[in-house]
Write a protein that binds this ligand. Structure first.
Ligand SMILES: NC(=O)c1ccc[n+]([C@@H]2O[C@H](COP(=O)([O-])OP(=O)(O)OC[C@H]3O[C@@H](n4cnc5c(N)ncnc54)[C@H](OP(=O)(O)O)[C@@H]3O)[C@@H](O)[C@H]2O)c1
Length: 303
């Protein structure tokens, strides 16, 4: 049994990872801004702005997972929101680092979240590998700085992994949860020209990747966490409508309208490239849900 501390463990990924870790009899603790909410595992307070963190969270800790961060697509990218997106990820890990140094902790592993947005909000036929360079926009800047803030952990842990995550499909939160009611009401449609790629992953597979990153000595460095079956936005939308048994006839949502509504953030919806998961496959990782149909079947019909 190992002791794992998860920052932002109350979120979509954190809850799924916690459940798997508990199933495997590990001890899980989470760092939260609101630790009194009643979580299934002990939760510890931190306040990133005030640089406050409950030192008890670090007692005998073996592994740390950093998931905390203000939702990228939760609200428009005002200057204040951009600052929060950066600081909630970077100042938070720096606060954790300060505790690690103060307490002289040596970790068995450190795993940090990042996003496939590292490669930039652009539509291209290129299939991005972990060795490719970053893009040149807000999201890639976030990912670059986020990943850079993990570098010191190479010195504090026996191993170190970064998970560049694609869109996590879940009914509990994120994009799919928002899309299902729209599609059920018959308003499902593509976005923009529909040709942008949408790398995605089923939460069970993402959790399995985190488990490998935490415990498998063969896993080191950066991994793209995306299924092999990357589809365009149009195919994604058609497949979702079909799975829900709903018609698909609405015109695509024009890109210029999204730009008016969401400003710079519209780029997230209107662009997308493919990413390679070959590094995971080469490490022997087996996806449980590698086709979009199988993922939807499971998530929507429980099959
Ligand atoms: N879900 C996806 O599709 C996806 C895709 C790519 C990358 N990622 C990244 O993977 C990580 C985990 O994703 P997720 O879907 O589990 O995220 P999530 O559901 O939004 O949860 C993130 C957690 O971070 C904490 N948090 C939120 N705002 C914060 C702030 N301003 N300061 C400090 N903590 C804050 C919250 O915990 P408390 O409220 O308890 O403090 C929240 O539960 C995130 O960093 C996300 O950007 C996710």
């Amino acid at each position: 049994m190992a002791v794992i501390l998860i920052s932002g463990g109350s979120g979509l990924v954190g809850k799924a990872l916690t459940a798997r870790l508990l199933d495997e009899k590990h001890e899980v603790r989470i760092l939260s801004r609101n630790p009194s909410k009643g979580y299934p595992v002990p939760s510890y307070y931190w306040n990133i702005e005030k640089k406050e963190i409950d030192g008890e969270a670090f007692h005998n800790v073996d592994h740390i997972v950093h998931l905390a961060g203000a939702g990228i697509a939760d609200s428009c990218w005002t200057e204040a929101r951009k600052k929060e997106i950066f600081e909630s990820r970077i100042k938070s890990i720096q606060l954790i680092e300060s505790r690690i140094i103060k307490k002289g902790i040596r970790l068995k592993s450190f795993v940090g979240a990042s996003a496939v947005g590292f490669y930039g909000m652009r539509t291209s036929e290129k299939i991005y590998k972990e060795t490719d360079g970053s893009g040149n926009d807000l999201l890639s800047d976030v990912c670059v700085q986020w990943e850079k803030s993990y570098e010191p952990f190479i010195n504090y842990s026996d191993k170190h992994c970064v998970i560049r995550t694609s869109v996590v499909l879940s009914r509990e939160g994120g994009a799919l949860q928002k899309l299902i009611p729209l599609f059920k009401a018959g308003f499902g449609s593509a976005i923009g020209n529909g040709r942008q790629y949408m790398p995605w992953i089923h939460p069970d597979d993402l959790v399995s990747i985190y488990m490998k990153a935490l415990f498998d000595p063969e896993y080191h460095g950066v991994y793209n966490a995306a299924s092999s079956h990357t589809v365009t936005n149009e195919t994604f939308s058609q497949t979702l409508a079909k799975e829900l048994g709903k018609p698909y006839f609405m015109p695509a949502v024009p890109g210029f309208i999204l730009k008016i509504i969401f400003g710079e953030m519209a780029g997230l919806l209107l662009n997308g490239s493919r990413v390679s998961n070959q590094k995971l496959l080469d490490a022997g990782f087996k996806f449980k849900y590698d086709s979009l149909e199988s993922a939807f079947h499971n998530l929507i019909k429980g099959a």
